[in-house]
Structures are given as C-alpha cells and as structure tokens.
Design a protein around this ligand. Sequence first.
Ligand code: FAD
Ligand code: AMP
Length: 480
Amino acid sequence: MSDKFDVIVIGAGPGGYVAAIKAAQLGLKTACVESWTGKDGKSQVLGGTCLNVGCIPSKALLEVTHKFEEASHDYESMGILAKSVDIDVAKMMERKDGIVKQLTGGIAGLFKANGVTPIHGHGKLLAGRKVEVTDKDGNTKTYEADNVILATGSKPIEIPPAPFDGDYIVDSEGALEFTEVPKRLGIIGAGVIGLELGSVWARLGAEVTVIEAQDTFLPVVDQQVAKDALKQFKKQGLNIITGARMTGAEVKRKLVYVNYEDSKGKQEAKFDKLIVAVGRRPYTDGALAEDSGVTMDERGFIFVDDNCKTEAPGVWAVGDIVRGPMLAHKASEEGVMVAERIAGHKPQVNYDCIPNVIYTAPEVAWVGKTEEQLKAEGEEYNVGTFPFAANGRAMAANATGGMVKIIADAKTDRILGFHVVGPQASEIVAQGVIAMEFGSSAEDLALTCFAHPTLSESVHEAALAVAGGAIHVANRRKKK
Ligand code: FAD
Ligand code: AMP
C-alpha cells in the first residue's frame, strides 16, 4: 500500500466515514483510520459511536419497548386481547446487536465499493499533514496526505461524584447492555440520552427516577412543547426531578445510594442501577501531536471556521469534536461539505436548519428557533399550533398527545421555528426542515395540499393557524 493519500480521515463515525466515501466519490485517493476493534479482539469495526453504541442500538431498543408498552397497556382499549405479553431481554439485545452488525458491516462494504482504504489502528496527526497509525500490537506506520480530516467524535462525561464502574454506575453504553430490567433505575441528567434510555427501561417495568440539576425541563426546547412533553412523561410514570443536583453516589450491598440536593435540602435515593448521562465531551485523546498546529477551546472542542477548517493548513475537523450540536446528521453534513471543499467545490452547511429529535414517546422534534429565543432576540412573530387530539389519524393510531407549533416572522411570514411533540415527530419535522431550507412562509404551507387523513395535516393546520385561519380547531386570534 502506498503511504501517500489525497485525503486521510481519522475516525469512522458518521462524520468520518461519510467524508471518506464522499471524498473517494469525488476522485480523491482516500484512507480512513479507525481504532475500534470488535469483540474478537482483531477485526476493525466502522460506524463510530452512532452505529455501535449510540443512535442505532438505542433506537432498536426504543422501537421494541414502545411496541411492548403498546401491547401491554394500549391494545385492550383498541379491542386487541393479547393476554400474556412478556419481554425476552436477551432476544431484544440479540436483535439490537444484529442490526448494529449489519450496519457496521455495510460501511465496510461501502468503503470497498467506493475505493476507500480502511486502516485499522489509532491515528495521530503529526505536523505537516502526516498521520502516525499505531496498530493493536503497538506497531507504528506513518502516512502522508494533502488533506487530513479529524473526526474522532466524543465520549460520555464522567463526573467525580459518580465514577463509572461498568456494573452499577454506567454510562449510556452500559445502559444499552443491561441483561435484565433493573427494578429501580436512577438517571443523572434529563437530556436527550437520559430521557431516551429512561424510556427504554421504564417501558419494561423499571421504576425510573431522573435527577436533573437545572430548574427548567429541556431548556433548549420550546417551553410550550417541553411542558407538554413533561406532562406526558410524568403520566407514563417517569419520575423527573428538576432543580436537583447529584452530589455523590456509592455502591453498597449491590445498591447504588445517590445523594442529591434540591430546593428542600439534602436527599438520598437508592437504585439497582444508575445511568450517568450528563453530556459528552469531544474526544481527541492521543490524536494530536503537540506541534500538529490544531488548536482547541478550554472544553476541548477543536477550533474551526464555518467551513470546518482548523488553524493548521490542510487539516479539517467535523462532527462531535467541533462546535454545534452533537448529532450524527450534523457530523455527516460537515463530512460531505469538507470532502467537497477539498475537491474544489464551495458548499456550506446551513446550521440554522439542523433538526433535533428526542426519540421518546411522544417524540419531541424541532428545527429553528424557539419562542424563548425569539423573545430574547426581540423578534416579532406569530404562532400557530394544532393539537394531535383534533387529528383523525392520530385518534385512529391511539396517539393524540402533543401538537405541531409553527412560529413565523410577524412581518415577512417566513418560518423561523417548527416544533413537534407527538407521534412520528421525528418524521414530521422533516417537513419543517424542507420548508425552512426553501425559505417558505407559513402561508406557503397553508396553501399546500396535504393528504387526508394523515398526521401531517397537523402541519397544515398549524400553518393555517399562524394567520388565525385553522379549520379544525378554534383559532387563538381572529383573522384580520
Ligand atoms: P463518533 O461517532 O464518535 O465516531 C468517532 C470515531 O473515531 C469512533 O469510531 C472512534 O473509535 C474513532 N476514533 C477516535 N479517536 C481515534 C483515533 N485517534 N484514531 C482512530 N480512530 C479514532 N445522534 C443523532 O443524530 N441521533 C440520535 O438518535 C442519536 N442517538 C444517540 C444515542 C446515544 C446513546 C449516544 C451516545 C449518542 C447518540 N447520538 C445521536 C449522537 C451521535 O452518536 C454522535 O453525534 C455521532 O456519532 C458523532 O459522529 P462523529 O463522527 O463525530 O463521532
Ligand atoms: P445533555 O447535555 O443534553 O446530554 O444533558 C445532560 C444533563 O445533565 C443536563 O441537563 C445537565 O443539567 C445535567 N447534569 C449535569 N450534571 C448534573 C448533576 N451533577 N446532577 C444532575 N444533573 C446534572
């Protein structure tokens, strides 16, 4: 193998593997270095956090447990008599592992088909766009490239009061591997990951308590939507305690004792398992030589400009190691942009149109600004909402909780924010993303024909409601 490439990518998560495939498609001689090794201790595993221990396995468990919960609690009201519904946790895990294997193997196939050279080992960027790779036996080899793309991702944050022990106190990865349903499950952090993992195990019967330091539930989410979601989560039995800071956790006699402080003072709770989900940190451990020329901020995020260029010439960085939301699709968008820029094209990522999703039931999804953000910015806007309770298809699907909410500029009617809490919110939000990418007004959506009966009619009605013209719900304000 020649040691010189046009592009070397370090990391094969959704940022890195997508960048590598796109670069190869554009005719660049491309290699991708990835250190992840399979359970056999030998084989290279591609796909990064997302495919192995993130988006995909968590959704495999969320889908199964959602069906289980429906079968256990909702079927009877629909006339389905499934008298003994039970869960086989081992089988559920085996299925999840099968999906992960299929997808990670698929990337190896895509590398082959596109002519990307996979290099198995730990990559380190040296000065002058050289990459030193150390394999699992400690042998090193140095490669050269005209361009290097750093895509080394992130790791769960570990906090001193609750160090991970891999058994009782676990991170998100450990929480995807429980072999049985914990009776009492504690979760530190009511962020996206904490809520999704809490939902998985609560649906299977765990008593779940989520301890969250901030007073506001989901502060980044539009608060009308967040409050609606919180009401529904509480109804499902998730015990979410906000304004409660965890101060210590100790394992004694096979139980985790957690200390936390809330407005009433010091509290203690005991759990069979504790998931610490207090966020993720950018991961660049051992990936940058001192003279690599790449700089970072105090939290460890690599400095990049709007086009993901670092301060070292010919070195780019994408995904969770740079500013912006820690999301797989954001990482991939950046990967594509960088590959195209290396090939001489000039695309840009539209950071204003990146969708966010929390895959709970109901799902929460949004793109653009919240009412709170717009108020703080002094913008004038109109709001249209439509509840799924008034949508025939939602009734048929037995999923009437939640709403669609559209926020539009008061003067231009351009859509500024699109928020959904409810069934299929993760799919419905794509309509908002497309509308906003095309610079649509709320009226554009209002004048569009939506199939009946669909959940998406709630988008239509919310768009009509922006100007006070919703048909199937009383409007908040009269049309002038
Ligand atoms: P990563 O996916 O972290 O990949 C980085 C890769 O680089 C890894 O494979 C690592 O082994 C490799 N690497 C690191 N250092 C080196 C080195 N020096 N040499 C060689 N290889 C190296 N996002 C969503 O958009 N939707 C979701 O539903 C979602 N669910 C999630 C659920 C969970 C439980 C978790 C933990 C995360 C979830 N995320 C989700 C976030 C998503 O996984 C990340 O945003 C995404 O994986 C970031 O991609 P990346 O390419 O930047 O990094
Ligand atoms: P996210 O950043 O979305 O993954 O969410 C992590 C959440 O964990 C945030 O909402 C934090 O407020 C919360 N958090 C961080 N540290 C603590 C702590 N010691 N106790 C309780 N919650 C915490």
